[in-house]
Design a binder for this molecule. Structure first.
Ligand SMILES: Nc1ncnc2c1ncn2[C@@H]1O[C@H](COP(=O)(O)OP(=O)(O)OP(=O)(O)O)[C@@H](O)[C@H]1O
Ligand SMILES: [Mg+2]
Length: 444
């Protein structure tokens, strides 16, 4: 402990304790003149103890002349302590080498009033150098921040990678489903080709001979009518009358034309199924040309106008950048016809069919969505299978979607279905532009 002359016993008592402190400590009077200090303080201010004693004896040497900190001028701790008569502690005062170090330091400064008879006579100030701890803390914070940033980057990378993987998985699943469907259709195609060929001939016999049968039956009826107009002998007339009654002649005569009519209907329906089957088998694209799918959809809509008039709303949303594609227009008409007809039939005159066409990747995406009853998941797996139908006999053959699928597949595109029961279904066709054709329909 070094001191100037101290008259107050209270100050002397505190001054006697200073050398026991490892931290720099100083006692200043109410005028901020240094009264006592320890070796650590002398070392910190960089003044030899003897010279410090000399300085302290001069009335004009104040503590802030020896140890200048940032707060000395802005909020002198000793003054605050004296006026408030309570202790203060200030952390992290950064100044240039206040404690003799060449670099910036971090200090914890504590100021305690020394009082006697209720009067503050002096202030004890203790300076603890926590530069090393602060630096470690700073470094630790930096490390933590770097670690946090690395974790965030890693998390972002994982998210991107997961999204990538999910997309690949989706695409893989879709490709697999398409492959299975194509395989199914091609083996079924061979079977169906044989059946269609075998059935086609007998159907042609029935259909081709119906006209003759119709004419012949008409001829027989004419002859019978002529006979009926002849006057027969009583005996013969009775015999023929009895025979007619026994054979139910009047009923047969009336029913014959109805029978012929329903045979014709049945044969027509069978022949239509054969035609559909043949279309299904021969859905490879033979004749391609530039097609504007929007015009193609509009043609289909006008053909279906009698169906759509019954309270179904058609909502069209075509992009302006829809490219012209190379395709077989007739076959595409058939695809759109079936998708839109299915949607209209599902709505049963109550709902909206939303049709969209837009550029997607190197092609066109066409969406046909309805807010109808939707398709149960178990059915969704089968809708592209030939002959899968939920429509009553005579209403649907179940070939529409399988033909559409084969056509789109032959064009190098894809046809997918999504549906939520109670909310509706969306069928999406994607067709590639094909053959260096990149102009939009507007360019033509
Ligand atoms: N938009 C839709 N909403 C609800 N169910 C649908 C829809 N589209 C297709 N389906 C279901 O898929 C089945 C198969 O459709 P697909 O077009 O192949 O045959 P279809 O319409 O029944 O008969 P076809 O088209 O040969 O006249 C339909 O019977 C129906 O159950
Ligand atoms: Mg259909």
């Amino acid at each position: 402990m070094q001191t100037a002359e101290i008259s107050s016993p209270a100050i002397a008592q505190v001054a006697a304790l200073l050398d026991g402190l490892a931290d720099a400590a100083v006692i200043v009077d109410t005028e901020l003149r240094v009264l006592a200090w320890n070796a650590a303080y002398a070392h910190a201010v960089g003044v030899r103890p003897r010279r410090l004693l000399g300085l302290a004896r001069q009335d004009d040497t104040h503590c802030n002349d020896l140890f200048r900190l940032g707060i000395c001028s802005s909020a002198c701790l000793a003054k605050r302590t004296m006026s408030s008569r309570r202790a203060f502690r200030v952390d992290e005062i950064r100044g240039s080498s206040p404690l003799g170090s060449a670099e910036d330091s971090t200090l914890i400064v504590t100021a305690v009033p020394i009082t006697e008879n209720g009067e503050t006579l002096a202030v004890l100030e203790v300076y603890r150098d926590v530069t090393a701890e602060a630096r470690i803390q700073e470094r630790y914070k930096g490390l933590l921040e770097r670690e946090r940033q690395r974790a965030a980057t890693l998390e972002e990378e994982v998210k991107l990678r997961t999204a990538d993987l999910e997309r690949s998985l989706r695409e893989l699943r879709q490709t697999r489903a398409q492959l299975i469907q194509s395989e199914k259709l091609s083996s079924l195609g061979q079977l169906v080709a044989g059946i269609a060929h075998e059935i086609n001939n007998p159907i042609n016999f029935i259909y081709g001979n119906l006209d003759f049968l119709d004419t012949y039956v008409g001829t027989f009826q004419q002859i019978i009518e002529k006979y009926d107009a002849c006057t027969l002998q009583q005996k013969d007339a009775t015999k023929i009358g009895t025979l007619k009654a026994d054979l139910d002649y009047e009923y047969i005569r009336a029913d014959t034309s109805k029978l012929l009519h329903s045979i014709r209907n049945g044969a027509e329906r069978a022949s239509k199924i054969i035609q559909d089957l043949r279309r299904f088998i021969h859905s490879g694209v033979t004749d391609r040309g530039p097609v504007d799918v929007r015009a193609c959809i509009d043609t289909t809509l006008s053909l279906l106008s009698h169906e759509t008039r019954k309270g179904t709303t058609i909502d069209k949303n075509y992009g302006t950048d829809v490219p012209t594609i190379m395709a077989n227009e007739g076959q595409l008409n058939q695809v759109f016809m079936n998708l839109i007809a299915n949607a209209v039939q599902a709505l049963d005159g109550n709902g909206t069919v939303s049709i969209s066409a837009s550029r997607r990747e190197n092609g066109v995406a066409i969406g046909v969505a309805d807010n109808g009853p939707g398709i149960p998941e178990a059915h969704l797996l089968k809708v592209f299978d030939p002959f899968f139908t939920t429509k009553p006999v005579g209403k649907g053959t179940g070939l529409g979607l399988s033909i559409s699928y084969s056509i789109v597949n032959a064009h190098g595109g894809s046809l997918t279905a999504e549906s939520t029961v109670g909310q509706g279904s969306t069928f999406t066709v994607w067709l590639p532009i094909g053959d260096n054709q990149t102009s939009t329909a507007e360019d033509r």
